[in-house]
Design a protein around this ligand. Structure first.
Ligand code: ATP
Ligand code: LTN
Length: 334
C-alpha cells in the first residue's frame, strides 16, 4: 500500500523558464520526489488562455519537458505529462464550471493583471483557475507546491471542491498549497516590485535557465538596487532589489541568512552582484549540460511524455467517473 501524500503541480509552456520558476517551484518538486507521490503537468491548455503562435507553442512545450527532466524530474519516480494528452482535465473543468460562481473568478489577482494586458480577454482567461482546480482535484492531490503567486488559485480550488462536495456528495480531497520560505517570490531584476515572469520580455528582467554566463553577468550587473550600502535581508520596499539578490544567492548556495549577511559585511553592491551572478552560473551549469544532451534526442522525450500521459489517464479515470456519478450522468459500460 502506498501511503505517501499525493503532490500535483503544473507549469505553463508559455516562454523561457527563469530562475523564479526554478527556485520557487521546480527545485522543490525535484527535492521531494522520494517523500511524495508526485505528478507534474505541462499545462498547454492553460497557455492558450492568452494568444500563442502554434509552432512556437509546440517548440516551447518540448523545450519545457527537456528542461524539467534536466532539472531532475525523474520519470521513474514521478509522473510527467502534457495536459492536453489527458482529456479528463478539460472534461472535469466543464463540470466544475457549473458549480463555480463567476464572481469568484472575477476577483482573482492573476486574472485582473493578465486581463489588463490583453486587447481582448478570452473566456478561457477568466476560467483559467477552474481548469487549474480540475488538474489538482482529478488526482486527489493533498499538496500543491507552487510559488506565492499561486496561493490564491489553490485557495479557490479548495472553495470549488468544498462547494461541489456540499452540492453533490463527498467527492474531492481538499488540497493545500506548499509554499517555500525562501525563493517563493523572486522579483524582476529590472523592477524588484514585480515578480520575475516568463511573459515579461524586457532585456534585463530575468535570468533564464538556459542563459549563458555573459548574459547572466550583464543582467545581474544592471539589477536595480538602492542608494544605500547595507547588504542585509530586509522587508523594506526601498531595499527590495538587494533583498531579491540576497534571496537568489541564498537559494543557490543553501546558506543561512546570517551566514550570508556575515559574508557580505563590509562589501559593496558591486561585489554582491558579482557573487550572485557566479552563484547562478554555477547553479545552472549542470542543468544546462543535461538539457543540451537531452535536446539531441527529442524522440526519447516524446516517449517519456506518452508513458506519463498513460499513467495520468489511469489515475484520473476513476475520479472523473466518481464525479459523473455524483452529478447524475449515466456511465456507459465500456
Ligand atoms: P507567466 O509569466 O507566463 O504567467 P510564470 O513565470 O508566472 O509565467 P508559471 O508557469 O505561471 O510561470 O509558473 C510556474 C511555477 O513557477 C508556479 O509554481 C509559480 O508559482 C512559480 N513562479 C513563477 N514565477 C515565480 C517567481 N518570480 N518566483 C517564484 N516562483 C515563481
Ligand atoms: N497556474 C499555474 C500553473 C498550473 C498549476 C496547475 C499549478 C496549472 N495547473 C495545478 C499547480 C497545480 C501557474 O503556475 N501559473
Amino acid at each position: 500500500m502506498n501511503d505517501k501524500k499525493i503532490v500535483f503541480s503544473g507549469i505553463q509552456p508559455s516562454g523561457n523558464l527563469h530562475i523564479g520558476n526554478y527556485l520557487g517551484a521546480i527545485q522543490r518538486w525535484v527535492d521531494n520526489q522520494d517523500a511524495y507521490d508526485s505528478i507534474f503537468c505541462i499545462v498547454d491548455l492553460h497557455a492558450i488562455t492568452v494568444p500563442q503562435d502554434a509552432e512556437e507553442l509546440r517548440t516551447q512545450t518540448r523545450k519545457l519537458a527537456g528542461l524539467l527532466l534536466a532539472c531532475g524530474i525523474d520519470p521513474d519516480r514521478s509522473v510527467l505529462f502534457i495536459q492536453s494528452h489527458v482529456t479528463a482535465h478539460a472534461e472535469l473543468a466543464w463540470i466544475l464550471n457549473c458549480v463555480t460562481p463567476v464572481n469568484w473568478l472575477e476577483r482573482m489577482t492573476q486574472y485582473k493583471q493578465k486581463a489588463a494586458k490583453q486587447k481582448s480577454v478570452s473566456t478561457g482567461l477568466l476560467d483559467y483557475p477552474v481548469l487549474q482546480a480540475a488538474d489538482i482535484l482529478l488526482y486527489d492531490a493533498d499538496l500543491v507546491p507552487v510559488g506565492e503567486d499561486q496561493r490564491q488559485h489553490v485557495e479557490l480550488t479548495r472553495d470549488i471542491a468544498r462547494r461541489f462536495n456540499h452540492l453533490h456528495s463527498e467527492t474531492f480531497v481538499l488540497p493545500e498549497a506548499l509554499i517555500a520560505k525562501a525563493g517563493a517570490r523572486i522579483m524582476g531584476l529590472d523592477n524588484p516590485t514585480s515578480k520575475m515572469s516568463k511573459s515579461t520580455d524586457t532585456r534585463y528582467h530575468g535570468i533564464g535557465l538556459l542563459d549563458d554566463p555573459d548574459d547572466i553577468r550583464a543582467t545581474v550587473r544592471r539589477a536595480v538596487t538602492d542608494s544605500g550600502r547595507d547588504i542585509v535581508f530586509s522587508a523594506d520596499p526601498e531595499k527590495a532589489g538587494v533583498n531579491n539578490l540576497l534571496t537568489i544567492y541564498q537559494v543557490f548556495t543553501g546558506q543561512s541568512s546570517q551566514e550570508i549577511e556575515d559574508h557580505f559585511a563590509g562589501k559593496g553592491y558591486g561585489d554582491l552582484k558579482t557573487e550572485v551572478a557566479e552563484a547562478a552560473i554555477e547553479g545552472l551549469r549542470p542543468i544546462q549540460q543535461r538539457y543540451n544532451k537531452l535536446a539531441e534526442d527529442p524522440a526519447t522525450i516524446d516517449k517519456l511524455l506518452e508513458a506519463g500521459a498513460e499513467e495520468a489517464r489511469r489515475r484520473s479515470t476513476p475520479t472523473l467517473k466518481r464525479v459523473k456519478e455524483h452529478v447524475g450522468f449515466i456511465i456507459p459500460d465500456s
